[in-house]
Structure formats: C-alpha cells, structure tokens
Write a protein that binds this ligand. Structure first.
Ligand code: GDP
Length: 674
C-alpha cells in the first residue's frame, strides 16, 4: 500500500505539518510522531475529503490554512498560536551538505547545530559534509524538513519507506485473513465448512454459526479469519476496487483431478496480487488420489512445492475424513507469522464491506472486515457513498458485541443504505461528517455519470444502444414496500445483455420525488415506480428535464417493457394521461351515500368520467373510478384548478384528509409511420 509523508500531505492541503498531525490525532485517532512520519495514501485521501468538508463550513474549521507556501522559507506561518514553533522550513539538498550550509538554511547558529550533532553521536566541524540521512534527522530536531533536490522521485520508494520507520503508526500483531480458491468441485466449500465445524462448533457453546460472509477460528490461541465466499471472482472484484483484504490464499486442488483451468486462474490472481499461496491437496481419501501428480502439475506452473526446492507449502487433506486439516491450519499460522501482519487497534477503524443486504426488519445489514483500528458500536462511518452510525454489531456466531479489532468480521446495523461488497469503510468523527462526505461522493458519482452519457428513455433506448450512445441503462426504482425494491433490483439487473448493462442506481420506498428526478437527470437514468406516483413537483421537473418516469402495478409488466425496449420492440398501444390532482381537505360520512371527500383541485382538472387513484404519502393505495363529482350540491362534469368539489370513489370509503386524488385517462397511441 503506498504511503505519503506528513509534510508532503500538509503541503498539498496547505496547512502546517503540525496542524495536520493535530488533526490526524483529533479526528482520526491516528497518532504520528512528526512531519517525517508516513501514513497510508488511503488515509490521506480521506483526510483530504474531510478537510474539504471542513473548509466549506468555515465556522467549524479549526485547522487554519497556512497563509504562506511552505516552500517559501523566508516567510513565517501566520498561525495565531505557537507562532514561532510552527515555522516549517523545507530545505532541498543534494546527497550531502556541510554543517555550515545546513545551519544557515535552518537559520540556526552553527554551535547549536554541532551540539545537536554530538547528541546524535556525530562529531563534525562546520565545514564537514554530512549525508542526507543525518541531515534529515538533524533538521527534524529543529523542526525543519530536508528533502532531496530535484528528483524527489529518484529517492527510491524503499529508501523512503522501508526504513525501520519508527515514525510509522504503531502496530500490533493481527490475525491473517484467508481466502479459499480453486477449481469448481475441488472442495473449497467442503474445506471451509469442515474447518468451521471442527473449530467453531466444538468450542462455542450452542455451536450455532451464522453465515455472515466470514468467520474467525481459534487455533491454539491464534486467530485466523476465513472469507466465506470461495472462488476468485469475489477476490478479484474486491481487488479491482482497491480492497486487498486477503493475506493468504488456500489453493484447493483435488488430488484425483489435478490442476484445472480455474486452478490456473487462481494462481494468476494470487501472483498478480502478490499473495502467498498454501496448496491444499484435497480428497486424498479418494482411491484415485495422486498428490505427487498434483505437485508435478503445480511445479510446471511455477508453483514449486517446498519439498521440491520451491517455497510453496502443500498440505494433503481430506475435507471428508478431516485428515490433514490441522496441519493446514498450522501452516496458515506459520505463514502469517512470517508475514508479520500488523495493525493499530487504537486508531479510527477502517476496512472493507464483505457482504451487504437489505433486511426487511433490520434495514441495511453489512458484514465488515475490520482491517485496522477498532470498530465500536456508536461509531459513525462512511461506507462508499453511504453512511451511518453503528447501531448494533454481531460477531460470526451471531453474538452481540460492542467492539471488534483488526481482521475481525462483524455484521453491523445502522447504515442509511445498502453498500456494495468491496466498498471501503472509514470511521469518522460524527454522523454529520459522515453524511456530508457521503453526499459529496454521491454528487461526484452523479457528475461523472452525467459527463459520460446522454439522456435516455425506454422508448428510444434501442436507438441509443444502436448508436453506441449508451452502454448502461440506469434505473431508479421506487416502490411501496422494501421487499419489492430488492426483488426488482435483482430481476432488472438480470436483464443485462452484451450490449447494455442494466443497473439499478438507486432503490427506495416511497413516492417519486423531485430528488429522484434530479438524480435520474444527473445520471441519465429512468425512473420506475411500483404502486407509487410522482408528486407534483417531481412531475413538473421530470417534464422540464425530460426524465422518463414509468409506473407499474406489476413487476412482470415492467420487466417485459424493459426487455422489449432493449431490442427495440417497445410499442405501447395506450398511454396514460394524468388530468389533474385534488387534495382531500375534509371527510363527510353520509349514512345512505358513504364517504364523501371535500376536495380542492390543485392542478389540471377532475372529470366525472376519469379514472382515479388514491395516493397517500406518494403510495397508490387504491385505483378505481369516481362514483360522484359535485360542485356544492350539483353534479358536475368537471372541476378545474383552484376550485373545491365533493367526490366519492367507487368501492372505496377509506379515504383520509391529506390523500391525493389523481384523475387520469387512458388514451390510444397512434402508431408512427415507419
Ligand atoms: P467447491 O465447488 O470447490 O466448493 O467444491 P465442494 O466443496 O462443493 O465439493 C465438491 C464435491 O466434492 C462434493 O460432492 C463434496 O462432497 C466432494 N468432496 C469435497 N471434499 C472431499 C474430500 O475430501 N473427499 C471426498 N471424497 N469428497 C470430497
């Protein structure tokens, strides 16, 4: 993982290193020693995002920008407090520099500098040359920064970062995270299950394990975390999103089948990701088992077993008889020890989403792998472009827990939306910060999306695909119940073809609102509603921005329409035209007649013959016809905007004040000449 020096980052966001160090400590619990310390690029990016946010609402910005460029060594930073201490001079030098010259550049008396050198165990006169490293250490004492002249890049990365790095964040040992890969049917799932049963069930009271996407086992006091989704797709898709979460790969090869195409693929993936492999030669209980042949085939692919002079550990196992599983686990522990995996449990937590889903009762549920820091109930997190505050946390046994340290998978509740597997999560100071950052990320996604595509509608989808204008059909789904949203998301995405990918970019419960239209407009998506309607503002905006809104009562109809649209066969014969809307202001119950609604026509008109739907909070609760329409005591044919009327609905008495009556009619569409 690439890293960045504190002073470099400070320069980038134009604050002093000191301010930056303070901010890292206060906001992220990342404690670093000084401006020469390094932090991970990812943390730096988050910090930049955070800083932009803070910068925006100035009143809260405690981290004052420097008024001078740090390079300009003659100027002093004008920070109010600690004025003199805050001065940060950056000195560029060649490979070496004389004590005199360095003293001048630091604006310190040579005597003081020489004294400091003596403290460091270096005896030197004023004209003596000192090397870069010594100069760097020396300068640090005077709150100055020494960098190499010109070719910063030429300062080899490893020279910069692989030094013993006492400045680095503190780290303590963490458990390894293991992924199981290999050809189909070679026994990945069986091995995962066997380990789980052996190691979890035997030791846990009750012996019930939850499938949350990962589990942790205890092997003679050492923990190992297994990711539960075998196969390299998950591995690669996560990696392609920058989330390297696996420390060790168990490559499962069936002893009676040998190296197969997916075995080879897995090998390539591991090599690309530079993750060590332990080979589990499985099914050795089978009569046709031939572990030596497997080793031979592996060696031919540059995966050379230890016993043949290579560095790959091979363990013969059987998921069925459990033979060899213990040595496999031992080898994992051993390999992990060599890797010296470390994390800092005291800092703000970060990690990756392993799985996420929408639970009807509990809302968005996500399994997170904590990779650094300790995650606590009550923490505010930003996860991809969603956010939340952790309401509850469960371990892989379903037990409620309060906190989880590095390499531990947990299931959490409290996110505002369902994140995607592979999304990174970071704990930030408070929920407000998390929300603001999430909003910003969403905004960014929207703009990027907008820049890449053109407006789309179901009617001209096909021609746009043909012209190569769109490669992806973005859909926003709004429905009356949560379950429908998820069902639709899945059915829609399955419609993806080679030419066009169908992607539900947003799905939620409730009326189609102005925000949905804005999102659709910005993302060049269409909106599909199930048993919900656009409110008046949404309708107006959609018309203005030409956003396509389609509403359905049956999922099947929507799927058919999209299918047809994708192949240019969507030719509706009828279309629905909304005539107007009225709001129910008062209810009168009349024993002989039923329930009469006193209404106010908000827009358009209501006609006696129109079909109507009753909308409550944006959700369609009933569709029918008018049973009566009156102006005062008289029957009316139609009532226009701004007028009051009384109406009753065929077969429906359960109206409430505040309900919206939408009048519409179905019109035949004249076929276009071809
Ligand atoms: P995956 O596709 O790699 O996850 O493979 P599975 O774990 O689903 O196993 C595929 C088949 O091999 C199943 O029928 C298992 O019962 C069988 N199998 C897995 N491990 C062993 C083993 O160690 N010995 C024997 N005899 N069969 C095994």
């Amino acid at each position: 993982m690439s890293k960045i020096r504190i002073y470099e980052l400070a320069k980038e966001i134009n604050i002093s290193s000191k301010e930056l160090i303070k901010m890292l400590g206060e906001e992220f619990n990342i404690i670093v020693k000084n401006h020469m310390s390094v932090i991970e690029e990812e943390d730096a990016e988050l910090l930049k995002e955070f800083f932009e946010e803070k910068d925006k609402d100035n009143e809260e910005n405690n981290y004052e920008k420097k008024e001078v460029k740090p390079k300009d060594k003659k100027n002093k930073s004008k920070n109010k407090e600690d004025d003199d201490e805050d001065e940060e001079v950056i000195i560029e030098i060649e490979d070496t520099i004389t004590v005199k010259e360095l003293s001048e550049k630091m604006k310190k008396p040579t005597t003081e500098v020489i004294k400091q050198l003596i403290f460091m165990g270096v005896m030197a006169g004023i004209n003596q040359e000192i090397d870069f490293k010594t100069a760097e250490k020396l300068a640090e004492k005077f709150n100055c920064i020494v960098i190499k002249k010109e070719d910063n890049s030429a300062v080899a990365e490893d020279e910069l970062y692989n030094e013993e790095d006492e400045q680095d964040e503190k780290g303590v040992k963490r458990p390894p995270v293991v992924t199981v890969m290999g050809h189909v049917d070679h026994g990945k799932t069986s091995i995962l299950d066997a380990i789980r049963k052996e190691k979890v069930t035997a030791t846990e009271a009750g012996g019930i394990t939850q499938h949350i996407g990962a589990y942790t086992v205890d092997i003679n006091g050492e923990k190992v975390t297994f990711l539960d989704t075998p196969g390299h797709e998950a591995f690669t898709s996560m990696r392609s999103r920058g989330a390297q979460i696996t420390d060790i790969v168990i490559l499962v090869v069936a002893a009676d089948d040998g190296v197969m195409p997916q075995t080879e693929e897995a090998i390539s993936h591991c090599k690309a990701a530079n993750v060590p492999i332990i080979v589990a030669i499985n099914k050795i209980d089978r009569p046709g088992a031939n572990p030596d042949r497997v080793k031979q085939e592996l060696a031919e692919r540059d995966v050379v077993p230890e016993e043949w002079g290579g560095n790959v550990i091979c363990v013969p196992v059987s998921a069925h008889t459990k033979e060899g599983l213990d040595s496999l686990l031992e080898m994992i522990i051993l390999t992990a020890e060599i890797q010296e995996l470390k994390a800092n449990p005291d800092r703000n937590s970060k990690g990756t989403v392993i799985e996420a889903k929408l639970d009807k009762r509990r809302g968005p549920v996500a399994t997170l792998l904590v990779q650094n820091g300790t995650l606590n109930v009550g923490d505010s997190v930003i996860v991809g472009s969603t956010y939340g505050r952790i309401r509850a946390m469960f371990d892989d046994k379903g037990k409620k827990i309060k906190s989880a340290g590095p390499s531990i998978p947990v299931e959490i509740l409290g996110l505002s939306e369902v994140p995607a597997a592979g999304d990174r999560f970071h704990v930030v100071k408070d929920e407000k910060t998390a929300r603001e950052m999430a909003d910003k990320r969403k905004e960014k996604i929207r703009t990027e999306y907008l820049q890449s595509t053109h407006k789309v509608s179901l009617e001209d989808l096909y021609s746009q695909i043909k012209e190569g204008k769109i490669k992806e059909l973005g859909i926003i789904v709004k429905a009356d119940v949560q379950g429908t949203v998820e069902a639709i998301r899945q059915s829609f995405e399955k419609l993806s073809s080679e030419e066009v990918k169908v992607r539900v970019i947003h799905g939620a419960v409730g009326a189609i609102t102005e925000t949905d239209v804005m999102l659709a407009n910005a993302s060049n998506a269409i909106i599909i509603g199930f048993n919900v309607r656009p409110d008046t503002n949404a309708n107006m905006l959609a018309e203005k921005e030409e956003v396509d809104i389609k509403t359905y009562r049956v999922i099947y109809d929507a799927i058919e329409d999209i299918k047809d649209a994708m192949v240019g066969m969507l030719e509706p014969d009828y279309k629905e035209v909304v005539l107007g809307r009225a709001e129910i202001r008062q209810i009168y119950k009349i024993s002989s007649v039923g329930t009469i609604a006193g209404c106010y026509v908000q827009n358009g008109k209501i006609t006696r013959n129109s079909q109507v739907r009753v909308i409550r909070d944006g959700i369609v609760i009933f569709e029918s016809e008018l049973a009566s329409l009156k102006r005062f005591k008289d029957d009316a044919k139609e009532v226009a905007t701004g007028f009051e009327c009384g109406l009753s609905i065929e077969k429906f008495n359960d109206i409430k004040e505040g309900d919206i009556i939408e009048a519409y009619e179905i019109q035949e569409i004249k076929k276009k000449e071809i």
